[in-house]
Design a protein around this ligand. Structure first.
Ligand code: 1HE
Length: 266
């Protein structure tokens, strides 16, 4: 484990975290194995995203080397019993839920292989920036395994159940451009520029009112999945809570007194 720095939890050497102002940059640091996700990295992700220091307002998740992640470390599951495999999948669920429903919004930088569990990890992030080198695949079918990192829940929301089934059945590899058109990424950028773009976005996110970021991360996805009547009620309650905060009052006053930023086209 690395020595604790900047209030970050202890992390394995294959997962780096550094602080840049209000944001953290978390790097899968196992390039020699194409950032294949072993237990240490998955547990490290859970440790980090369950308890980022209070000063951190947003995070960037990236991969060292030429790839985001080649997915599950296939060498770790080869001998697993059924019960062990269930617990293993649930460990991934906890880790990726700590990202999706954690304390800070996460911007993922996708490049090279975004494959299997790597794509499941990307799907747990809130914003995805893809470089043109990115490619997406779900080769579980050819390995005799199945999605296990929450991909069956998250990926259909991004690209539809039918497309996920097609990817798993055929091993279809989608390019960055195709993935962008399908909805796998929110931004498509030139090679080598993804990290800078993600940092820019994370720094912007960090300036949002914390309660709005909380509502986007925790209320929006629950509302979207609830029946409309419950959804409208939850939305109204969340809106009232956000609006009633001192932060919102100050920000609204700033705008009305011509100090707030206008919405600008990019
Ligand atoms: C790995 C892994 C891995 C690379 N587990 N060791 N994921 C996959 O089925 C993808 C498997 N990987 C590949 O298809 C290729 O490695 C890549 C296309 C991603 C990259 O190719 P390349 O030519 O750049 O690298 P390489 O030579 O294949 O791999 C370099 C090393 O990384 C090599 O180890 P070495 O000791 O021989 O140097 C590889 O064995 C190792 N490596 N990928 C273990 N995945 C919760 S369920 C999720 C289910 C899944 O994720 S299924 C998808 C698994």
């Amino acid at each position: 484990m690395n020595k604790k720095t900047s209030g970050f939890p202890d992390l394995p050497s294959s997962l780096k975290a550094e602080r840049k102002g209000d944001i953290a940059i978390v790097t899968l640091a196992r390039a020699e194995k194409r950032n294949a996700l072993n237990d240490k990295i998955v547990l490290g992700l859970e440790a980090f995203f369950s308890a980022p220091p209070d000063a951190i307002k947003a995070a960037v998740l990236t991969g060292a080397g030429d790839n985001f992640s080649a997915g599950l470390d296939l060498s770790e599951l080869a001998e697993a019993e059924v019960a062990e495999a269930v617990h293993h999948s649930q460990m991934w669920h906890r880790a990726f839920q700590a990202i999706e429903f954690g304390k800070v919004p996460v911007v993922a930088v996708l490049h090279g292989a975004v494959v299997g569990g790597g794509l499941e990890l990307a799907a747990a992030a809130h914003v995805r920036v893809a470089e043109r080198s990115a490619y997406y695949a779900l080769p579980e079918g050819s390995r005799g395994i199945f999605l296990g990192g929450g991909g069956t829940v998250r990926l259909p929301k991004l690209i539809g159940t039918s497309r996920v089934a097609e990817m798993m059945l055929t091993g279809h590899v989608y390019s960055a451009e195709e993935g962008h058109a399908l909805g796998l990424s929110h931004y498509l950028v030139e090679n080598g520029t993804g990290l800078a773009k993600a940092i820019e976005l994370a720094e912007h996110i960090a300036t949002n009112a914390p309660l709005t970021n909380f509502a986007v991360m925790h209320a929006l996805p629950r509302i979207a999945e609830s029946d409309p009547a419950s959804g409208y009620l939850t939305e109204a309650l969340m809106a009232a809570i956000a609006q009633g905060s001192d932060e919102a009052k100050a920000r609204l006053k700033d705008f009305l007194e011509k100090r707030g930023k206008k919405v600008e086209r990019g």
